[in-house]
Write a protein that binds this ligand. Structure first.
Ligand SMILES: NC(=O)c1ccc[n+]([C@@H]2O[C@H](COP(=O)([O-])OP(=O)(O)OC[C@H]3O[C@@H](n4cnc5c(N)ncnc54)[C@H](OP(=O)(O)O)[C@@H]3O)[C@@H](O)[C@H]2O)c1
Length: 242
């Protein structure tokens, strides 16, 4: 796909997968707009809204204003948090709300704002929600992460159905990016085995060199971009494109 007349809005561009995706799309000639608490990208075609996406009111106040008439508009809901790794009974209400807001509510509110965005009528809109295998597999200590990713997957699935029925003005996919060598994996390995029985498995992924780099993952996503939306299934995994 030619991205030279595309606008790509990506949440969480300061580091990890979102940072690699933003740089990858910039290399392809797209204009990129990042959303997140901090910004680390300097590029003439990059703009940024400083925003804490775990506060829904911030998203309500957010205004997208783009003057160019793009051929394609892309929203990538990438920002996410693991939150505290502990049994659900030991989580605090504040952390529960933050994880639910960032991983589940923020992508939904951003998708709504994005679909309402006035633009060239013939522009194709794409929404990519970065999901996780944790949406389909339960891990002790990850109740909020697993359940918010599962909720996001069902949201994508429902809008995908509406899109197939001609009732949604976008193409949408829920994408599991694989296990990536980012700060989130550092965070997982820093937890206690007493809080997370699968800890050793994740330590071994790193030791055995099984983690994908964020750049490799973003290259797979960008080079297979249109194909990811063409499949009949609402959900996909980068593992299918290696
Ligand atoms: N790493 C993996 O193995 C893996 C596996 C499956 C799925 N995923 C998913 O892939 C996505 C990216 O993960 P990653 O590993 O790249 O994570 P990461 O390295 O921890 O980066 C997270 C990004 O999210 C942003 N973010 C966090 N809290 C935010 C907030 N309150 N408001 C706005 N932005 C916020 C951060 O930006 P600021 O701090 O600047 O706000 C940062 O850029 C996530 O949705 C994650 O669930 C990752």
């Amino acid at each position: 796909m030619d991205f030279s007349n595309s606008l790509v809005i990506i949440s969480g561009t300061s580091r990890g997968l979102g940072n690699s995706l933003a740089n990858g799309f910039l290399k392809e000639g797209a204009d990129v707009h990042g959303l997140g608490r901090s910004s680390t990208i300097e590029h003439p075609n990059y703009s940024h809204s400083s925003i804490d996406l775990s506060v829904p009111e911030n998203i309500s106040k957010l205004e997208f204003e783009f003057e160019k008439e793009y051929e394609s508009l892309i929203l990538i809901n990438n920002a996410g948090r693991l939150g505290k790794v502990a049994s659900f009974k030991d989580l605090e209400e504040e952390g529960i709300i933050q994880t639910a807001n960032l991983n589940f509510l923020a992508p939904i509110l951003l998708t709504k704002k994005f679909l309402d965005l006035d633009c060239n009528r013939s522009a194709q809109k794409y929404v990519m929600n970065i999901g996780s295998g944790a949406a389909y597999n339960e891990y002790d200590g990850w109740s909020m992460y697993c359940s918010t990713k599962a909720g996001l997957s069902m949201f994508s699935r429902t809008v995908h159905l509406e899109s197939k029925m001609g009732k949604a003005n976008c193409k949408i996919v829920d994408l599991s990016p694989g296990i990536i060598d980012t700060g989130m994996q550092d965070e997982i390995r820093s937890r206690k085995a007493s809080d997370f029985s699968q800890l050793e498995r994740f330590v071994e992924y790193k030791q055995n060199g099984d983690l994908q780099s964020a750049d490799y993952t973003s290259e797979l996503i960008i080079s297979n971009f249109e194909g990811l939306f063409k499949k009949e299934s609402f959900s996909d995994s980068v593992r299918n494109y290696k």
